[in-house]
Design a protein around this ligand. Structure first.
Ligand SMILES: O=P(O)(O)OC[C@H]1O[C@H](O[C@H]2O[C@H](CO)[C@@H](O)[C@H](O)[C@H]2O)[C@H](O)[C@@H](O)[C@@H]1O
Ligand SMILES: O=c1ccn([C@@H]2O[C@H](COP(=O)(O)OP(=O)(O)O)[C@@H](O)[C@H]2O)c(=O)[nH]1
Length: 436
């Protein structure tokens, strides 16, 4: 996605090393290193065994940390087996990476899968600057405290020189954690000292998209066959669109219910709006994701059974993954963009939806206040995703909004996204990381 493209662009500018999992699950042991040079970038990737993939990636990363960091302690599954696998795989990555590093390198580690990397690299003698960016939310410290060994895990963040979060709220919650559970000090906003006297900096660096590229791609996409087919299939009806991995953090059952409420509360729109939900299956081996899939299939069937006409299906629910070249065209056709996660680090779809709109006739974004993107995109119709009636009414408002207001709201957000794009994001993080 956008993140990989942005990091690739950063490495193309300066040259550098891309390090991570190879994407391969092998029958034997983890650790086979693959090295490759391409386009001025060196790629070094490591295979994972079946067991490490199950316990480290599907296990501790996606069944313990993911729900916890999305405020879902109720779904967080903890076991010492998966926690040990998490530490073991991080140690393996550090051991493979350390010999590849030069003293003048700067290292940028991404996301909750790799929290212990800095500490492990330091133990192996690595001296260069180390930065970390958390793509997902940082929850309240009392929730983090529910995790066994949380002190050991989160103390690992203090070995980085800079820790980045998506929003100021995430940063504030991290500072609270350091004060209240880490027994550290906030010297000033963004400058912290741990109980052991180690200083680190922390900041908010909201990730973004390649705004210019998405806008151009969307304008060109109207000529694409898939986009033309979607436009023709609407038979003049308006389109509402949602694009989310099939993940419980995205608030999909609540959104489906809100759409059903919209049909009941605003019958003047019956037959006039089609809701397309693109929801590619994600982490399909994890049981909570399987339950969610079953629930959504039932809900979509129920809504369509109750409201469909021979020539109109209210909900089109699609589990396929689409390339950006098509998605941007779909966004541009839509009158309403539905982005209503219960929690989301940023949500790039919200930004892509805005960038893809036709300036002469832009659609309206209905956006959850619990998405990081809501801090910047505050000219969207902001909703509480748990307030089903409120979301239903926002959909009606979006349908009825006059063109002048749609343009004004869109222009404000697009102007912001043009300057605050993905290049600005990585440059600001890397500049802060380079500062002594
Ligand atoms: O590929 P998966 O492990 O199944 O996970 C999908 C992605 O999830 C995370 O996304 C987060 O990063 C986005 C960009 O910063 C942000 O907008 C979103 O709110 C987060 O959920 C993860 O960072 C990605 O690496 C994964 O590909
Ligand atoms: O069928 C799809 C569905 C999603 N995406 C992309 O996946 C990313 C999702 O990022 P987001 O921050 O919204 O959420 P995440 O999935 O990372 O939690 C966005 O760039 C989407 O355009 C895609 O390319 N094809």
């Amino acid at each position: 996605g956008g993140l990989a493209v942005a990091l690739q662009a950063a490495l193309e500018e300066t040259g550098g090393l891309w390090f991570g999992w190879s994407g391969k699950i092998v029958p034997g042991a983890s650790g086979q290193l693959h090295e490759l040079d391409h386009g001025g970038i060196r790629y070094a990737t490591v295979d994972l065994s079946k067991r490490d993939h199950a316990d480290y990636y599907n296990g501790f990363a996606n069944r313990t940390l993911w729900p916890l960091l999305h405020f879902r302690v109720d779904l967080a599954d903890y076991s010492r087996v998966t926690y040990t696998a998490y530490r073991r795989v991080n140690a393996l990555f550090a051991e493979k990476l350390a010999p590849l590093l030069r003293e003048d390198d700067i290292v940028w580690v991404h996301d909750y899968h790799l929290i212990p990397m800095a500490k492990l690299l330091r133990e192996l003698g690595v001296r260069c600057r180390l930065g970390f960016f958390l793509h997902v939310p940082m929850p309240s410290c009392d929730l983090l405290a529910a995790l066994p060994h949380h002190e050991r895990l989160f103390e690992g963040l203090s070995s980085y020189d800079l820790v980045g979060f998506q929003t100021e709220r995430d940063l504030e919650r991290f500072q609270d954690y350091v004060r209240l559970f880490g027994r550290g000090r906030v010297i000033e906003h963004g400058v912290l000292e741990t109980a052991k006297g180690k200083r680190l900096r922390a900041g908010a660096f909201p990730i973004s998209i390649d705004t210019g590229h998405i806008a151009a791609q969307a304008a060109a996409a109207v000529g694409k066959a898939s986009v033309k087919r979607l436009a023709a299939s609407l038979s003049g009806r308006a389109l509402a669109i949602g694009v989310d991995r099939l993940d419980y953090s995205k608030g999909l059952p609540e959104r489906f219910r809100a759409f059903a409420h919209f049909l009941k509360r605003h019958p003047q729109h019956l037959g006039k709006l089609t809701y397309l939900q693109i929801a590619p299956v994600s982490r399909g081996e994890v049981v909570e994701y399987q339950h969610l899939r079953n629930e959504l299939e039932q809900l979509a069937g129920h809504i369509n059974g109750g409201h469909a006409e021979p020539d109109w299906t209210p909900v089109r629910y699609v589990n396929r993954n689409y390339p950006h070249a098509s998605l941007t065209g779909f966004y541009r056709l839509a009158r309403v963009g539905l982005v209503t996660p219960l929690r989301d680090g940023m949500n790039l779809v919200a930004k892509e939806f805005i960038a893809a709109q036709d300036p002469d006739n832009p659609g309206v974004l209905v956006l959850s206040t619990f998405a990081g993107a809501a801090r910047e995109l505050d000219s969207a119709l902001l909703v509480n995703p748990y307030d089903i009636d409120g979301v239903a009414d926002a959909i009606a408002l979006a349908m009825e909004m006059p063109l002048a207001e749609r343009r004004e709201r869109w222009q404000t957000m697009m102007t912001w996204l043009r300057t605050h794009d993905i290049t600005a994001w990585r440059r600001s993080f890397l500049a802060a990381l380079r500062e002594e």
